[in-house]
Design a protein around this ligand. Structure first.
Ligand SMILES: Cc1cc2nc3c(=O)[nH]c(=O)nc-3n(C[C@H](O)[C@H](O)[C@H](O)COP(=O)(O)OP(=O)(O)OC[C@H]3O[C@@H](n4cnc5c(N)ncnc54)[C@H](O)[C@@H]3O)c2cc1C
Length: 392
């Protein structure tokens, strides 16, 4: 007789959702977590306010070898389902931009909601579980889990240990090791939703402005922030999801405006105005003077001294700035991990491993990574729900 119907490894977003769902169906569930407390990434999410979902979540909001894999989970658990839960628990929320929903009070409310559901389902939450090891017994099929807290057995095992980013919050490679142990393919992983490195812009550190970034055939618009190490801000974090090392990015620092005709118009109307003063109408002064030095614009002062060709080059350097980032700031600064357990190995409806009945992989651990904007937490809820509904 196993100790539990279901053992969940990891008390994060997907694990807590999965455990609550299965327990709500009457299953006997335990969750093993190595941190002293559950849900540390939830608490850190959205700058402490938890961008818990997005009003519209679609396959194109994700990067994966197979973004369509997300469809079945989204059909079972659309954003409206989580929103109902939030409303039921009287959690005040607001839409920040582009459908992104945040808590008014703080991420703690979302964690409390999940912990409440787990408590209601009498889920045994075991924290401080170190050195987890798993083996599978064939007849009868049983998962045996050994850890610092003892030995536990269950008919089903859900691995919900998350990605590799933010070790400080409890991230580990346990999930990927277990996937490989059971013969499942893990796709190449690397940091994503992460600042990009680019030397030479230190004098601009702190300058922030709206920008449009083109990467891998996508066009993304949001704020860009220059840092001591390179570039960051929402548009860069989003671009980092689709950027592959060695590829170039093209940045328009004046999105929605056609700079070349603007400069020609300014030259015709105010020929004695300086180029830098003209540009400073639309761009931060620090950026204009740095661009002037970096791109070697002629120092001709007044607009009337510039040829149309020279103004076109100035416009191009600002509206189609192309460069190859030198890398990323790594897992320590990455909100998520790109890649993970291959979707080919899992049922898109239940997240069960095709090679090992009773074994499931959910959340960020799976090769399904969302853009900035509530998509990653929604994937955690939806995949956790799908597995929690399927286990028997
Ligand atoms: C700073 C930050 C802010 C973010 N903000 C947002 C946001 O606002 N909106 C959004 O959609 N996404 C956000 N994300 C991403 C989002 O938090 C994650 O994608 C999501 O939490 C993934 O859920 P998960 O259950 O797969 O993993 P996690 O929530 O990371 O849970 C995994 C759990 O497994 C535990 N674990 C790991 N290894 C072991 C082990 N060896 N033994 C036992 N337990 C283990 C961990 O301690 C953790 O509790 C943010 C991420 C970060 C880092």
């Amino acid at each position: 007789m196993p100790d539990f119907d279901l053992l969940v490894l990891g008390a994060g977003a997907s694990g807590l959702m999965c455990a609550a769902t299965a327990a709500g169906r009457g299953l006997k569930v335990a969750v093993l977590e190595h941190n002293p407390n559950p849900g540390r990434k939830i608490l850190a999410s959205g700058g402490g306010r938890c961008n818990f979902t997005n009003l519209e979540v679609r396959p194109q909001d994700f990067r994966s070898a197979n973004p369509h894999f997300v469809k079945s989970c989204l059909a079972q658990y659309p954003p409206s389902r989580f929103l109902e839960l939030v409303k039921e628990h009287k959690i005040a929320f607001y839409e920040k931009a582009q459908g992104q929903l945040f808590c008014h009070q703080g991420a703690r409310e979302i964690l409390n909601l999940l912990l409440g559901l787990n408590q209601k389902g009498k889920v045994k939450l075991l924290t401080g579980a170190q050195e987890i090891q798993v083996c599978h017994q064939k007849e009868p099929s049983l998962f045996l889990v050994q850890c610092s807290l003892g030995e536990f057995s269950a008919r089903n095992l859900v691995v919900a240990t998350g990605g590799l980013s933010y070790r400080s919050l409890g991230a580990s490679d346990l999930g990927m090791l277990l996937a490989r142990q059971f013969g499942l393919k893990v796709t190449h992983t690397r940091p994503a939703l992460v600042p990009l490195l680019y030397k030479g812009f230190t004098p601009l550190a702190g300058v922030s402005l709206p920008a449009e970034v083109e990467v891998a055939g996508r066009s993304l618009t949001d704020d860009l922030l220059f840092t001591h190490q390179g570039i960051s801000g929402p548009v860069v974090l989003k671009a980092s999801l689709f950027w592959d090392p060695g590829e170039s990015l093209q940045v328009n620092l004046l999105p929605g405006q056609d700079l070349n005709p603007l400069l020609l118009e300014a030259k015709a109307s105010f020929p004695q105005k300086s180029l830098s003063k003209t540009l400073a109408q639309w761009l931060p002064e620090r950026l204009v003077s740095h661009w002037q030095e970096t791109f070697g614009w002629p120092t001709k002062g007044q607009l009337q001294n510039f040829s149309h060709k020279e103004l076109a080059l100035v416009a191009q350097s600002l509206s189609a700035w192309s460069f190859v980032p030198q890398g990323t700031e790594g897992y320590a600064k990455a909100e998520v991990t790109l890649g993970g357990v291959s979707t080919q190995e899992l049922s898109s409806k239940t997240l069960e491993a095709k090679k090992q009945p009773g074994l499931y992989f959910v959340g960020e651990l799976v090769d399904m990574t969302g853009l900035l904007g509530g998509f990653n937490l929604h994937w955690a809820w939806a995949s956790g729900f799908a597995a929690g509904t399927a286990v028997s």
